[in-house]
Ligand binder design. Structure first.
Ligand SMILES: [Zn+2]
Ligand SMILES: [Zn+2]
Length: 91
């Protein structure tokens, strides 16, 4: 466990346990926010597309974008995951 670098945050390179925890919490909070926005859009019968994101599996998972690119990436990732699981079960 490393010591906190005085005056630095996670973004500035500090990796002490409290900065790491703080960063994790911020990310989690952002995910919850994005998820809520996606659910709102779904409730209105809309598809959420996030501007300024890298569309693909990261957009799907991190930003909860539901555009065609992100959905296709998620489908591919799920299929690959199932394949891996199946290969492991068969082995
Ligand atoms: Zn720190
Ligand atoms: Zn997208």
């Amino acid at each position: 466990m490393s010591e906190h670098i005085r005056g630095a945050s996670y973004r500035q390179g500090c990796r002490c346990s409290s900065c790491v925890a703080r960063c994790r919490f911020d990310r989690w909070q952002q995910r919850q926010r994005n998820l809520a926005l996606t659910q709102d859009a779904a409730a209105r019968g809309e598809t959420r597309v996030v501007d300024g994101t890298n569309h693909g599996i990261a957009g799907y998972r991190n930003k909860h974008c539901r555009c065609e690119v992100c959905r296709a990436a998620n489908k591919a990732a799920c299929a690959a995951y199932r394949q891996r699981r199946k290969a492991m079960a068969d082995a």
